[in-house]
Design a binder for this molecule. Structure first.
Ligand code: 13P
Length: 339
């Protein structure tokens, strides 16, 4: 079993490719559609997502795609389901399995991710539907007196229990602890909380007997808070992020695929690129698993009109391509315009 998990994990972080996060819950997808004046229905969500995964040559740059439950059960166009279509293109299909971050009792302003009840049974069905990996996102908020130890521990424990169940079912768990960039904290505060969070997450993974060589880590980058007046530059973000990961992530983990977390498309690309240029002895592949930083442009190009397919495909392929180059440290601005 572990051999198969390692093989899938290596495919997910294959050199020069990254993961497309297209697993927005219905609520999140609806608010993004509404921002563009588009009605969110199962049909419009399927139309948009079908366009995304039928982008010609997408698999040159995309190794895996994370789906939402609804999408896993839909067909692209014609007969093939989303997982079948993706697998046929050489893109590994995955599924978001958490049930969202809910308020943590007794801890105002903090959240814990739910979804462990019945998870073992749901994973069996997801495997039958073609998923080869799963995702669970935990969020940690920085603010006045937070995060609490209780919040970090509850989230780390949930991630570890989820990851153990995934490996039991033959699915590679994407372990996603996200220290949010919301707030006015400086980069040092993000570094401190990220160090502590990732450290506790890996201690919990070990305690729950999760095999580190059969997971993919999906962390935040170490960034200044969005409202911090002193914004760290690209070099500092890259240095702090890699140093944080070197201090907390076992070398057996095959790959680290970052979330974009509200960075601009450009920042997400530049930060990943710089990390891959640093002269540090990094034992894992460093790539992307972006949602917004891959989808903002194609979703806008679509804006509810399926006739914009050429523009959607251009925009989707462009963001995938530039980030694939960044995952090799070979991004240059000229890629934004070339064919
Ligand atoms: P963003 O890249 O938009 O942060 O989304 C990644 C993701 O999968 C969040 O869980």
């Amino acid at each position: 079993m572990i051999d198969q998990l390692q093989k899938t994990a290596m495919q997910m972080v294959a050199p020069g490719r990254g993961i497309l996060a297209m697993d927005e819950s219905t609520g999140t997808c609806t608010s993004r559609f509404e921002n563009l004046g588009v009605k969110s229905t199962p049909t419009t969500r399927k139309s948009y997502r079908s366009l995304l995964v039928t982008t010609p040559n997408l698999s040159d740059y995309i190794s895996g795609a994370i789906l939402f439950d609804e999408t896993l059960r839909q067909t692209v166009s014609g007969e093939a389901t989303f997982p079948e279509h993706l697998a046929h293109q050489g893109i590994v299909p995955g599924i978001k399995v958490d049930k969202g971050a809910k308020p943590l009792a007794g801890h105002p302003g903090e959240k814990v991710t739910e979804g462990l009840d019945g998870l073992r049974e749901r994973l069996v069905e997801y495997v039958q539907l073609g998923a080869r990996f799963a995702k669970w996102r935990a969020v940690i908020t920085i603010g006045d007196g937070i995060p609490s130890d209780a919040c970090i521990m509850a989230n780390a424990h949930g991630l570890a229990r989820y990851a153990a169940l995934c490996q039991e079912a033959g699915l590679v768990p994407i372990v996603e602890p996200e220290v949010l960039m919301d707030g006015s904290h400086d980069i040092e505060a993000c570094r401190e909380v990220s160090d502590k969070t990732f450290h506790i997450v890996f201690a919990q993974l070990e305690e729950q007997r999760v095999e580190p060589s059969g997971i993919v880590l999906k962390p935040n980058m170490v960034l200044s808070g969005k409202d911090c007046p002193q914004q760290a530059d690209v070099d500092e973000v890259a240095e702090q992020t890699v140093d944080c990961l070197l201090a907390t992530v076992p070398a057996e983990v095959p790959g680290i695929a970052f979330l974009s977390g509200g960075q601009t498309d450009e920042q997400a690309t530049l930060h990943l690129n710089r990390m891959n240029q640093l002269d540090k002895d990094v034992p894992w592949r460093l790539t992307f698993s972006y949602g917004r930083a891959l989808q903002q442009a194609p979703m806008k190009a679509w804006s509810g009109n399926d006739e914009n397919s050429a523009q959607v495909h251009d925009a989707a392929l462009r963001r995938a391509l530039v980030n694939a180059y960044a995952s090799k440290g070979e991004y240059s601005e000229s890629l934004e315009a070339s064919n």
